[in-house]
Design a protein around this ligand. Structure first.
Ligand code: FE2
Length: 453
């Protein structure tokens, strides 16, 4: 077993996709087999599969838990009385809308009434179907209260959680993760977990994928190193509680609906585990950005942290891309993102700081959606400020910012509550309306300061 890394009172193993093992009691892992007749300490052996049994070994994901009681020990699932009507896992004309307009939302206010992670989660947009095992959903959450006496289990897909305000303490069957704004956490399909909020009011983003799992992107000509490094992904170490807990409920998201099952013990009773199907976290500040060092603006794919692939090479079901602090050095180049229309669809969020292509209006905790082939790019103020600086700007550094993008080949449909939200910015289009013509057919190099006239 690898020696865990200590981080406060949380301990982690490191690596991406490795087969790891951890035990909270010495000798709790069976030595030579997965499911002995009698496990050490009288534990139950239980496997969780993240891929079909026959998935090729290079992509096969599974873990073995050694637990005090098996997770099957519960009463039948029933529809949760307090449902969450703002969750979708299958997107169709009956429940969501297409909209090619550029959309932007101000930060959604965190409620005053007691709201935990489950009740505070709401879908903004998505595509495809959890039933068909192809698609994704993009959610946000606003919450102010830790989950109590219940665990969440997402049977539909994997969660990639981007906290924007407030740390999360996520207890999982593999152990505990502490996740701060600037970090992300991945909770794979089927894991049971609770979310506690040590800082109270909290807000963040969640990307959910159906039918596949996140991978590190291939690096191509970059080589073996760069972008997100395997060693910086942290996996929790075994942690358990042997707790009689009558009335404890498992809240299962299944087809976008919530079901509950009652049991009389904590599900965090895994004393030891081994496998490569695990929850993990990653500090976005450890990302090693690559970029142009002479001229022109790189495509945003250069900043891909994780990718959820489709069967088509190079086409993502969902890429997670960040725009971290970095030096801008390109010569005779328009340095902000170029104007473009993309066959992929782009959802953006901002964890902290500002974003280089928007002087105002795109705020931490806010979001934007630029759908398939919808034009977008820097706002008028960003454009004018950039060209006013001219060519002799020298190197400059973008600091204290962390924006991100979920990018997908599938066109998202938008939920009614996101379109009717009081936080929808109806004036978003105005940020480009002021872009004026600099065209001057008499001069190859127009005087940009004077509108080319
Ligand atoms: Fe874009």
């Amino acid at each position: 077993m690898e020696e865990p890394k200590a981080s406060g009172d949380f301990q982690y193993l490191s690596g991406f996709g490795n087969h790891l093992s951890s035990e909270a009691l010495v000798g709790a892992l069976p030595a030579d087999q997965n499911s002995p007749l009698i496990c050490p300490y009288g534990l139950y052996a239980e496997q969780i599969s993240g891929t079909s049994f026959t998935t090729p070994r290079s992509h096969n994901l599974f873990s073995w838990f050694y637990r005090i009681k098996p997770s099957v020990t519960h009463e039948p699932f029933k529809a949760r009385v307090r449902s969450n009507e703002r969750l979708l896992s299958e997107f169709s004309q009956s429940n969501s809308t297409t909209n090619p307009t550029q959309l932007r939302w101000k930060p959604v206010e965190i409620p005053d009434s007691p709201t935990d992670f489950i009740d505070g989660l709401f879908t903004v947009c998505g595509s495809g179907s959890s039933f068909m095992r192809h698609g994704y959903a993009i959610h946000m959450y606003t919450a102010n209260k830790s989950m109590d006496k219940c665990a969440f289990c997402n049977a539909d897909g994997d969660f990639l959680i981007v906290p924007q305000q407030g740390r999360l303490v996520i207890t999982t069957e593999c152990g505990r993760l502490k996740v701060s704004p600037g970090e992300i956490a991945i909770l794979p399909q089927g894991f049971r977990f609770t979310v506690s909020l040590p800082d109270g009011p909290s807000r963040g983003y969640v990307g959910e994928i159906f039918g596949t799992h996140f991978r590190l992107p291939d690096l191509g000509p970059i080589g073996a190193n760069g972008l997100a490094s395997s060693r910086d992904f942290l996996v929790p170490t075994a942690w358990y509680e042997d707790k009689f807990n009558p009335g404890y409920t498992i809240v299962q998201k299944f087809g976008g609906e919530l079901f509950v099952a009652v049991q009389d013990f904590s599900p965090f009773n895994v004393v030891a585990w081994h496998g490569n199907y695990v929850p993990y976290k990653y500090d976005l500040n450890k990302f090693c950005p690559y970029n142009t060092v002479l001229f022109d603006h790189s495509d945003p794919s250069i900043n891909t942290v994780l990718t959820a692939p489709t069967d088509k090479p190079g086409v993502a079901l969902l890429d997670f891309v960040i725009f971290p602090p970095r030096w801008l050095v390109a010569e005779h180049t328009f340095r902000p993102p170029y104007y473009h229309r993309n066959c992929m669809s782009e959802f953006m969020g901002l964890v902290y700081g500002g974003y280089e292509a928007k002087v105002d209006g795109f705020l931490p905790g806010g979001a934007s959606l630029h759908n398939c082939m919808t034009p977008h790019g820097p706002d008028t103020k960003s454009y004018e400020a950039t060209i006013a600086r001219g060519n002799d700007v020298g190197p400059s550094k973008i600091t204290e910012t962390m924006a991100f993008m979920f990018e997908s080949c599938l066109i998202p449909r938008i939920t009614p509550w996101a379109l009717q939200s009081p936080f929808l910015d109806h004036d978003y289009y105005q940020c480009w309306i002021g872009l004026r013509s600099h065209f001057n057919q008499k001069s190859e190099v127009p005087n940009l300061q004077n509108n080319g006239e």
